[in-house]
Design a protein around this ligand. Structure first.
Ligand SMILES: [Fe+2]
Length: 680
């Protein structure tokens, strides 16, 4: 250990999409946060100032208290200076900064938080750093070895390491050339040519008309039919994946909007089924090939592809690895965690400190802080803090109520694990449609996942393994499929979370109390957010959410919160209509929309983030998509958006000068943006 009376703080920071920051104190995670939770823009990345400030404030320290900062960024952006993406960063000269490459950061995110003392480490994602930015090539087998002048055009696609004696050694790295110039098929990966993650994301964008959670494709797959498509997407040879492109021309019906998705549901579901099977084939091939290079009983796994819970069970069942740890924030949101652990273990040469297993890494909100938030909402809600609030919550769930469950610090990563969750009784078949339509405002095919007491998991599910982070599926046992229909997917599987008292004591107690009342220790658990929005971070955000949907009860810390009748506004659906309208307008007015031009990021306060791209041949509106360089960012409430649409010229000026439309970027672009509303 470092001999010091003062604690040693190491800050990790990731500047990819899904940016984040993570602070280690003496080798343990003190706090970590994803940028999207703070800016309320899904997948937000780039400049890390807000995420860093949050971590420092939560720990009660200043920047100068840090011993070391470790960072990672994509696309050589750090060579262009620290201010390149979204403005100046908070770094200063007093603290040393180390930069590591993308897959190495993913690898350390898995190793740092895994329970394994020794393991192989696999990283598979869409696109990492370029060959010439890699800091982990030493000793590695690298079948693709581009000449020096081309190294900036080849990117990491999968990497394999061994972790032993507190040290990570690189075994194998595969690279893929940049593919943006390839013929413009609608389903082509728009980053690297041959990566598994890049192809899966491309298919997801084809099916869902935008940059949404690729996990949705996995959820859609069981609705598809086998045998409709039999092209092999991947050519698998020499232990490597190559995306074939000869089939791509046949796919020329990319989804434009939700209406089209509904209309052609079976077409898109059949594609999802086929792409999912191909993904599984490619993953198993690569992992089996890497195993032979450096066998191990245990596998630690990260990178965006590791979020595929269906494929993850196959890895456990169909490879020689006996145990698997999947980093819960396997996507680029986990890079900051990996950077921090690299700093502690490799840069400072310290022993890894075993992680607690809890992913509730956000700052906790409790007691007076929660009471203060409730006080501000007392016109709209009633609340009480009974001693037996957990038992009362279980009774409400057993009686068919939907519950927003907000406890302590938020989970880091895409899954809600009992800290920012919406919960319901899984025996009620109607819950799935109700929560999708009335609480989360999302598509009706989206499945829900169950939480279960770890010791009871094998009663309901065919599993002999733990799944604490909801990224492994298990078949629901036949006798339980009809009993818990709202968490049983079409293929009779469930993306389970096994809950232990040592990791999540309150949530464990709630499941126990529910078992006492309902006879089963399973709850429907979905994340506390609506479609296209990040998970709620603060009590105020939870209260706003609660008051704008049909959620029955909110449990904030130990307070049970109910809506007062006069405080119940209509569920917000103006934006839903707006999205449908504008997509129709863009389709009907392609030339006029192109003439307006520009890329606009529209943040509808408390609702969603929309990207309106009028810069291409096909003007589009996407949700949650990254837009690193929008012409303008426009912040507006739903109500003011409606007003703006009634008379874009006059109301636009009035709202602008009243400070109700907040514009970042060129005001001129913002004025042009309002012209969209004149199109019919
Ligand atoms: Fe990645």
């Amino acid at each position: 250990m470092v001999k010091s009376e003062k604690p040693v703080y190491v800050l990790g920071t990731g500047l990819s999409h899904d940016g984040s920051a993570c602070l280690l104190k003496d080798g343990r995670i003190r706090v970590a946060i994803e940028k999207e939770r703070l800016t309320r823009r899904k997948h937000d990345g780039g400049n890390d100032t807000e995420a860093i400030s949050y971590c420092l404030e939560a720990a009660g320290i200043t920047y100068n208290d840090l011993t070391l900062v470790v960072q990672n960024a994509n696309f050589s952006m750090l060579r262009q200076g620290n201010d390149w993406w979204q403005g100046p960063r908070a770094l200063n000269q007093t603290v040393p900064v180390v930069t590591i490459s993308h897959h190495l950061a993913h690898a350390y995110s898995a190793i740092g938080t895994s329970p394994f003392e020794e393991a192989a480490v696999m990283v598979i994602d869409g696109c990492g750093n370029s060959f010439d930015d890699c800091t982990d090539l030493e000793g590695a087998l690298a079948p693709e070895n581009p000449s020096p002048e081309l190294r900036h055009l080849y990117f990491e696609k999968d990497s394999y390491y061994v972790f032993k004696d507190n040290k990570v050694t690189t075994v194998h790295k595969d690279f893929s050339p940049w593919g943006a110039n390839l013929k413009n098929y609608p389903m082509r990966p728009n980053t690297t040519l041959h990566s598994i993650g890049g192809l899966y994301l491309a298919a997801s964008m084809y099916v869902f008309s935008g940059f949404e959670d690729p996990g949705k494709l996995m959820g859609l797959a069981p609705y598809g039919r086998p045998g409709i498509y039999d092209f092999e997407i991947f050519e698998l040879k020499d232990g490597r994946t190559f995306v074939r492109y000869d089939w791509m021309e046949a796919f020329n019906r990319p989804c434009r909007n939700y209406e089209q998705f509904k209309q052609d549901f079976q077409y898109y579901a059949d594609i999802a089924y086929w792409v999912q099977r191909e993904l599984e084939r490619a993953i198993l091939y690569v992992i089996n090939a890497r195993y032979e290079l450096a066998p191990s009983k245990r596998l630690a796994y990260a990178g965006g592809v590791a979020l595929n819970a269906v494929a993850n069970r196959l890895i456990l069942k169909n490879t020689k690895f006996k145990d698997i740890y999947i980093q819960p924030a396997a996507g680029d949101n986990g890079l900051a965690v990996g950077c921090a652990y690299y700093g502690w273990m490799e840069a400072l040469k310290q022993e890894r400190v075993l992680h607690s297993g809890s992913m509730a890494l956000g700052r906790p909100y409790r007691g007076r802080r929660v009471a203060k938030a409730l006080e501000a909402y007392k016109e709209s809600v009633s609340f009480a803090a009974p001693d037996d609030y957990i038992q009362q919550t279980a009774a409400l769930l057993a009686a068919g109520k939907t519950v927003g469950w907000f406890q302590d610090g938020a989970e880091f990563g895409p899954r809600a694990l009992g800290h920012r969750s919406i919960l319901a009784d899984p025996r009620r078949v109607e819950m799935r449609d109700f929560i999708n339509a009335k609480i989360k405002f999302r598509e009706d095919f989206r499945p829900f996942a169950p939480s279960v007491l770890a010791e009871d998991a094998s009663v309901y599910f065919d599993c002999d393994y733990e799944s604490p982070y909801m990224i492994l599926i298990a078949p629901v046992r036949p006798e339980w499929r009809q009993v818990i229909p709202s968490v049983t997917h079409l293929d009779q599987s469930a993306r389970i979370q096994t809950v232990k008292a040592s990791v999540s004591p309150k949530y464990y107690e709630l499941l126990r109390a529910f078992k006492e009342q309902a006879g089963i220790s399973v709850l429907l658990n979905t994340s506390f957010n609506r479609r296209g929005m990040p998970i709620v971070e603060t009590p105020e955000q939870a209260l706003d959410f609660f008051l704008n949907c049909d959620l029955d009860v909110l449990v904030l810390d130990n307070f049970i919160v109910r809506k007062l009748p006069q405080g119940m506004p209509e569920p917000a659906n103006l934006t839903e209509q707006f999205v449908a309208d504008i997509r129709g307008v863009l389709e009907r007015n392609v030339d006029a929309a192109r003439k307006i031009g520009g890329v606009y990021k529209l943040n509808v306060t408390g609702a969603r983030t929309l990207i309106i791209d009028l810069s291409t041949d096909k003007p589009t509106m996407l949700e949650g998509a990254p837009a690193p360089n929008p012409s303008a960012v426009i912040n507006i409430t739903e109500k003011d958006l409606q007003t703006l649409r009634t008379d874009p010229d006059n109301e636009g000026v009035k709202l602008f000068y009243a400070g109700k439309i907040k514009v970042e970027g060129g005001a001129e672009h913002a004025m042009r943006f309002t012209q969209i509303f004149k199109l019919k």
